[in-house]
Design a protein around this ligand. Structure first.
Ligand code: ZN
Length: 325
């Protein structure tokens, strides 16, 4: 399929590049770092080769979320958003962007989000999970009451919010002690991000802000498959859950799911069956995944042409109100 739009397509700036090094063998690192820093030729060549018209760019992970110093976090977010905006201005038909935000300071995050959306033209915001604040041991998830004004502003600006994975805090990873092969994209990213999303779903956030548009990568971080069981248990034993409605209703109304790093047709069918093809968006997770592999899978997967057009392109145009393509 030509004209695909990808939603989880990462870049790095020098200040955040090192955050991705732990996921690569030293021999692979020089080539990887060249690809993630590039916002021109290497990236455009890959896109051209595999029928991707556009990447909606986002910073690598955890990046700003792991910078404890509030002032420094705000500076790095600003610099990353400025560099991304320059790349978009050079190639407006090929790139758009999600803003990085300094969630360590909710007021600063609101200001940067307004600047990124209104002045730089960002089409959404992407946050890499919880943020460490002032001290590496202190961290907050986004259901914390300090973030309610932030969510109010996301709803007011009417831009989609993308919840992207990061490694869990070391104090929360004992279940995989001695099993380093399960850390990161192999397993723990999904558990961490699904848990963070369940915290938000259960917190009553979507009752308070019913117009929020919330995106999950990796075909929903296992939640489309698991949500019936979670909801079923919560319905029997409420244990004080603040959410007013069944969780899958918020997922139907407020959530979108991308194919990033999850190139598996039965998993895609399941997500379509649960939430419909209108809520699924193509993404690769470049350069952690290969554009070629993602596109070859998607172009050939057993999904009807109408659904493929929706997932590969049309849903993104609608969700982000993309113009002048
Ligand atoms: Zn990613």
């Amino acid at each position: 399929m030509k004209g695909k739009i990808g939603l989880e397509e990462h870049f790095a700036i020098q200040e955040t590049l090192g955050d991705s090094e732990r996921y690569f063998h030293p021999a692979e690192w020089p080539m990887f770092s060249k690809r993630i820093l590039d916002l021109m030729d290497i990236r455009l060549r890959e896109m051209d080769e595999h029928g991707m018209q556009m990447m909606i760019l986002s910073l690598n992970s955890p990046a700003v979320q792991a910078i404890c110093d509030r002032k420094q976090a705000a500076e790095v977010a600003r610099k990353a958003n400025d560099e991304m905006a320059e790349a978009i201005a050079r190639n407006p038909k090929r790139f758009r962007g999600f803003a990085a935000l300094p969630m360590q300071d909710p007021d600063a995050a609101i200001l940067e989000m307004r600047r990124a959306v209104k002045d730089l033209g960002c089409v959404g915001v992407l946050v890499n999970g919880y943020s460490q604040i002032d001290n590496p041991e202190v961290y907050k998830y986004l259901d914390d009451p300090i973030y309610r004004p932030f969510w109010a502003e996301v709803e007011k600006l009417d831009v989609p919010f993308y919840m992207h994975p990061r490694d869990a805090m070391p104090c929360n990873t004992h279940a995989v002690d001695g099993h380093p092969w399960l850390v990161g994209a192999a397993w723990t990213f999904g558990v961490e991000t699904a848990t963070h999303t369940l915290r938000l779903l259960c917190s009553g956030l979507f009752d308070e802000f019913p117009k929020l548009k919330y995106i999950l990568g990796h075909l929903g971080e296992t939640l489309p498959f698991c949500i019936w069981r979670t909801q079923s248990r919560i319905a029997r034993e409420k244990r004080g859950v603040p959410a007013k409605r069944p969780l899958y209703e918020y997922m139907s109304d407020n959530m979108w799911f991308t194919t990033s790093g999850q190139f598996r047709t039965p998993a895609l069918w399941n997500t379509i069956a649960e939430f419909s093809s209108s809520k699924i968006l193509f993404a690769t997770d470049f350069p952690f995944e290969e554009v070629g592999e993602a596109c070859a899978w998607f172009d050939n997967c057993s999904v009807g042409d109408t659904d493929k057009q929706l997932i590969g392109r049309e849903n993104s145009i609608k969700l982000f109100n993309l113009k002048n393509l």
